[in-house]
Design a protein around this ligand. Structure first.
Ligand code: PHE
Length: 531
């Protein structure tokens, strides 16, 4: 066996060095890898916690480095090894102090006059022993009945009468642990641990023998079978690296949900909780008919301007619009038809209604779904429906606006529902998001009357901010669809981006959507739960 003295503690073992040691150990191998190195030199000052820690770490680091080599040499079948571990106790800096100079209680005992009649004042003892030793020593010496307060002299300590000699068991125990790493009596080890005089250490060590492929030289193993090896026949002789079926493998690179999708999921859950069903929103391009006309938006309305809406060039016109419904919508716009309205009093244009657009709001989808609801086989049935999807507006892009964003929209169709229901729904819906303090402001939408903008108090901004838009859909919109008399529909919409930005503390929308967003932020964005 090679001499442990050769190991320099400031360098770690290499694979070649390890092979040499195994070779030198002969056929029985190395029974205990700790013998390869012995113990690293103890620090010069044992009562210095930092150098003690370094000392322990060095020993552990050395065995860990060895373990790395053993694993890779074993994979090449060059060696075989077994891991073992040893639990030992090591003295702390304070423990070393006591092993060296005696426990605080023994030092106090030694400082007191023999016999027990004479006493020493606390002041004197403090000067002699130091405040710390006196404080700990007094407690322990009293508990062990080595000393007591002098019955007559105020503020003075004396030996316990009759105690001539003491055994400093604490110091003795520590010296034993310093020698052997442990004590027979586990309870006493625990006491020392509690007093922070010893700490438990776990050291990994190994027994090592030669493997079938033992060699002093480490040949580079092939990891892949190549075309060249097959051609040259090298594959027959070349050593290959063995598969390691225990390897944990590289973490696969996986996708992450965008924050908007996380918040969307939370909204969906709120809607599902409230008994809503999800509307199909796969109609990004829609006719002006569904986006505007069916919603009683007049054909001259500013929203239908090139500045606000993206029109499709090719094809420019929708192929199919339900003809009889279209004629009812035309009548509603022109003179109110039979729906108790005067209409707008203009000539409805078929060309305008056919124009294809990128939908400007998800209310286009709600309109198509309400029409479907009115004309369902078996007749109308009350419904609560929602959608969350993308809409497009021809707007200047800035820190808070994009040309495309997402709307969250809900509609409720039932007999005799009122504005009170709308307000009640808003309160429940927003409360599920954690927004309770709502205010409603009269507003205008061509398709709702009354229309209400929803505000909530933002304590961060110190003001009321608009969080949504809502209203009771107009009869001019509902009756041409064929919804029965007495059925009212309430609806509301909000953007998905605004609550998402608030949730994640994002100030610029371009940090949330677009080519400038941080992939890492997206990956790390926590899932959202509204309160
Ligand atoms: N479509 C409206 C918007 O874009 C939202 C809304 C939906 C309003 C339903 C009333 C009813 O802001």
């Amino acid at each position: 066996m090679s001499a442990p003295a050769q190991v320099a503690w400031d360098s770690l073992p290499t694979a070649e060095w390890t092979l040499q040691q195994v070779d030198a150990a002969g056929s029985s191998g190395i029974p205990d890898s700790r013998e390869l190195v012995g113990r690293p030199p103890m620090p010069a000052n044992l009562e210095d916690e930092k150098s003690l820690d370094e000392h322990h770490k060095r020993r552990a680091d050395w065995q860990m480095a060895l373990q790395g080599h053993l694993k890779s040499l074993e994979a090449r079948q060059m060696i075989e090894f077994q891991s073992h571990d040893e639990i030992t106790y090591a003295l702390t800096a304070e423990g070393y102090g006591i092993a060296h100079s005696g426990s605080q209680e023994a030092r106090l005992f030694a400082a007191l006059p023999p016999g027990g009649d004479e006493a020493k004042t606390l002041d004197e003892l403090k000067k002699e022993l130091g405040a710390d030793v006196l404080k700990i020593g007094q407690g322990k010496a009293f508990a062990k009945r080595w000393a007591r307060k002098h019955p007559e002299k105020q503020g003075a300590l004396a030996r316990m009468p009759g105690v001539e000699e003491i055994v400093d068991d604490t110091a003795e125990d520590l010296r034993e642990i310093r020698r052997s790493g442990t004590l027979q009596d586990g309870q006493r080890v625990n006491d020392l641990k509690k007093r922070k005089l010893v700490v438990q250490k776990k050291l990994l060590w190994f027994s090592i023998t030669k493997g079938p492929q033992f060699s002093l030289k480490i040949e580079k193993l092939a990891t892949d079978l190549s075309a060249e090896m097959l051609q040259s026949g090298e594959w027959k002789t070349r050593p290959f690296k063995k598969y390691n079926f225990d390897a944990e493998g590289v973490m696969p690179v996986t996708g992450a949900l965008h924050p908007l999708l996380k918040v969307r999921e939370e909204f969906r859950n709120i809607f599902f909780e409230m008994g809503f069903t999800e509307m199909p929103t796969n109609r990004f391009v829609d006719s002006s008919f569904w986006c505007f006309d069916s919603l009683f938006v007049p054909q001259q309305h500013a929203a239908r301007d090139m500045q606000d809406t993206f029109f499709i060039k090719s094809p420019a016109a929708a192929k199919h619009i339900p003809e009889d419904y279209l004629s009812r919508v035309t009548a509603a716009h022109e003179d109110g038809g039979p729906y108790g309205s005067t209409g707008y009093g203009y000539k409805f244009s078929r060309d305008v209604t056919e124009k294809l657009v990128l939908r400007t709001h998800t209310t286009a989808v709600s309109a198509a779904m309400l029409y479907e609801l009115a004309n369902r086989p078996g007749g109308f049935k009350p419904a609560k429906m929602f959608s969350i999807d993308r809409v497009f507006r021809n707007e200047a892009v800035d820190a808070t606006h994009l040309a495309e964003f997402h709307q969250v929209e809900g509609v409720v169709a039932d007999y005799n529902i009122t504005l009170g229901d709308l307000i009640g729904f808003m309160q429940i819906f927003f409360a599920k998001m954690g927004v309770t303090n709502l205010r409603f402001k009269p507003a205008y939408n061509p398709y709702t009357e009354p229309s209400l903008e929803i505000f909530s108090y933002h304590s961060g901004l110190g003001k009321w901010v608009e969080i949504g838009n809502s209203g009771m859909f107009r009869p001019e919109m509902l009756r041409p669809m064929g919804l029965p008399e007495g059925v009212n529909v309430l609806g509301w919409g909000l953007s998905l981006e605004r609550p998402t930005m608030i949730r994640y503390g994002i100030n610029n929308i371009r940090d949330l959507v677009g080519h400038k967003i941080s992939i890492t932020d997206v990956e790390r964005a926590p899932a959202v739960r509204f309160p």
